[in-house]
Design a protein around this ligand. Sequence first.
Ligand SMILES: NC(=O)c1ccc[n+]([C@@H]2O[C@H](COP(=O)([O-])OP(=O)(O)OC[C@H]3O[C@@H](n4cnc5c(N)ncnc54)[C@H](O)[C@@H]3O)[C@@H](O)[C@H]2O)c1
Length: 278
Amino acid sequence: MSIQIPDDPGLSNKVAIVAGGGAADPNGIGNGRAASILLANAGAKVLVVDNELALAQRTVELINQAGGTAEAHSGDLTKPAECKRMVEAAVDRWGRLDFLDNNIGISSKGTVVDESQETWQRMMQVNVEVMFLTAKHAIPAMIKTAGGGAIVNISSISALRPRGLTIYTTTKAAVIGLTQAMAVDHGKDGIRVNCVAPGPVYTPMVYHRGNGMEPSARDARRKASVLGLEGTGWDIGHAVRFLMSDHARYITGQVLVVDGGVTLQAPERESRTEEGSH
Ligand SMILES: NC(=O)c1ccc[n+]([C@@H]2O[C@H](COP(=O)([O-])OP(=O)(O)OC[C@H]3O[C@@H](n4cnc5c(N)ncnc54)[C@H](O)[C@@H]3O)[C@@H](O)[C@H]2O)c1
């Protein structure tokens, strides 16, 4: 008796939006840029959205060079009208919407005593409200144009093991709650919703902040991993691509930790600040 081994349909004929698909370095690989390139490489058409158009355009250039299909779209996704416009752009261009990678996130460091109410409100807006707004517009479009879909929200291991980034931790924990609630609400619509929780990843957002990153800080990040590795945007992009694919058809409401085992180890006190950049 022979068995039917599931084939790999790839992502051909699928349409994806990557929110925050730029990266602040022409040759740098951020989490959203990596996901955009890998989704396109698997056959999806990708709308690369960023509030800095040039950053999205560079991602599209890299996709086109590799033979993929993508379009750059500029929009500040803290604005509801921009989220609506983004979804309409993908559907107008390619007739459907299957995937949303909610990658936008900003960081801040400090305790509740140090941090201001303005920072709290801004962080909640950019890191949580944006995901609420993009999904609000994307989900009806997925149902209508594709009969279902998949959403990946980017959280962080800071949500699971807080250290010194209190507001960031709170926002990324909220992302997990939002993901699980959306997974329950929209399973009946054929929409899967999952989180990726990256550990320390060497992206332009990290190395362009302040005066960049000292080699010793990167060493501390490697030491924090049981594998002795520092993550790259590609590690996160591969996880997103997997969760979008049919290989993940039975996975929803989950948090996929991509951290080289960082959360398995107790943090060393002296490396807390360095490693704690995410
Ligand atoms: N880099 C890490 O170590 C790390 C670790 C854990 C989690 N994360 C999370 O991964 C995600 C991406 O991180 P990254 O390091 O690749 O960041 P990144 O800054 O390189 O990429 C995010 C992109 O989003 C864009 N963006 C920001 N605000 C926007 C807005 N309002 N509207 C439209 N676009 C906007 C930025 O211009 C940027 O191009 C974030 O959610 C971050 O919190 C990163």
